[in-house]
Design a protein around this ligand. Structure first.
Ligand SMILES: Cc1cc2nc3c(=O)[nH]c(=O)nc-3n(C[C@H](O)[C@H](O)[C@H](O)COP(=O)(O)OP(=O)(O)OC[C@H]3O[C@@H](n4cnc5c(N)ncnc54)[C@H](O)[C@@H]3O)c2cc1C
Length: 339
């Protein structure tokens, strides 16, 4: 079966991978000249942290994301499985207790255990939570690996090509992210701002979340002393440059984690808007010859594997009986068609 996937963000590349695996002849059409800053996926932290996400996300996110690290390891490699460390300054100890109540798969760690896990943070925090089964990856390396394996496996990747110039096919998979708002009016943008710092003094080896009642942040190691610091969550689809306030919050939180970040080099500042439906859950559904996959919100890398499996089922008209399947409900469809 000939399938065209529109969009080479994480959703499109994961769908193309699943479809190629199941024998479809896949063409990926991306309007940008290559993998890069035009896609929201470029700016992601790359946390694969389903159990931490339970703090603020629906149970479906945990269920759909639980096997993501395995999928990424199989299809792209480069997954670091060192868990997530969740910390709070002493004055925000209540935030840590609240986080622990709302999540599972963690153990409480004291100052010594924190120092053993992350020597750079020795002596800085008295207690925290360790989610040992979580993982992270570098989103740019991971999407590049998917694209390379697709090409090596016989898929065609057409960059610099708009959806309107896509080749004829039997089924189209629309993975345009926020650009699909032209057809999906209930899709909205949730702006996220991020930084990359390079520090010679603070070397982290796992994702670290620093809780704060107003501006919680996370840091994801990228190797070579670099760390991604993210991310704001602002109800806006704007991709305008980072605001001074957000920059201060991100830098202030990094500094609170370790004052040596004050001496770090600012390598990069980035902004994008996450595609989200009103319930902040992703959806995959079919309308005629088009399958839509969208609304990956703040969970693109975490949920793309599960959504890609659903999309492949919809394209090939098969049901795997996978218990993680979430299809667009009748209520969602009625709501979307009414809006
Ligand atoms: C700061 C930040 C941090 C994040 N951190 C994480 C994280 O740690 N973990 C996680 O799981 N998620 C994270 N996310 C969320 C994640 O990045 C998104 O959920 C994900 O990137 C959405 O992917 P997508 O493929 O749907 O959209 P995109 O990545 O935006 O891809 C859509 C693609 O479609 C292309 N396109 C659009 N229109 C057309 C057209 N007409 N023709 C051809 N091509 C077209 C676009 O150019 C684009 O490349 C983060 C997001 C942000 C902003």
């Amino acid at each position: 079966m000939r399938v065209t996937v529109i969009g080479a963000g994480v959703a499109g590349l994961a769908c193309a991978t699943e479809l190629m695996k199941r024998g479809a002849a896949v063409t990926v059409v991306e309007r940008a000249p290559g993998l890069g800053p035009a896609s929201c996926s470029w700016w992601a932290g790359g946390m694969l942290a389903p159990w931490c996400e339970a703090e603020s996300a629906e149970e479906a996110v945990v269920r759909l994301g639980a096997a993501a690290a395995d999928w990424w390891e199989r299809h792209a490699g480069g997954v670091t499985r060192r868990g997530t460390l969740v910390l709070a300054p002493a004055r925000d100890a209540g935030e840590l207790r609240r986080f622990a109540r709302r999540t599972t798969h963690h153990e409480t760690v004291d100052g010594d255990a924190i120092a053993a896990l992350e020597p750079a943070l020795a002596g800085r925090f008295r207690s925290g939570l360790h989610f040992a089964e979580e993982a992270h990856l570098d989103p740019r390396a991971a999407t590049r690996a998917l694209a390379e394996r697709l090409a090596a496996g016989g898929a065609e990747l057409r960059f610099g090509t708009d959806a309107g110039d896509a080749p004829a096919c039997e089924v189209t998979v629309d993975c345009r992210g926020l650009a699909a708002r032209d057809q999906l009016p209930d899709l909205r943008g949730v702006r996220g701002e991020m930084l990359v710092l390079r520090s010679r003094e603070v070397a982290l080896t796992r994702s670290v979340r620093l809780l704060h009642p107003r501006s919680p942040i996370y840091l994801v190691p990228r190797g070579d002393g670099r760390v991604m610091v993210g991310a704001t969550m602002i109800e806006s689809g704007s991709r305008s440059p980072v605001s001074a306030r957000s920059l201060m919050e991100l830098l202030g939180a990094a500094y609170a984690l370790h004052p040596a970040f004050g001496e770090a080099e600012v390598v990069e500042i980035g902004v994008d808007a996450r595609p989200a439906f009103p319930d902040n859950l992703p959806r995959a559904w079919r309308e005629g010859d088009t399958v839509f996959v969208n609304g990956l919100y703040r969970h693109g890398f975490l949920l793309a594997p599960a959504m890609a499996r659903q999309a492949a089922d919809l394209v090939l008209d098969t049901t795997t009986g996978d218990a993680t399947t979430v299809r667009e409900s009748d209520a969602h469809r009625a709501e979307r068609q009414a809006s």
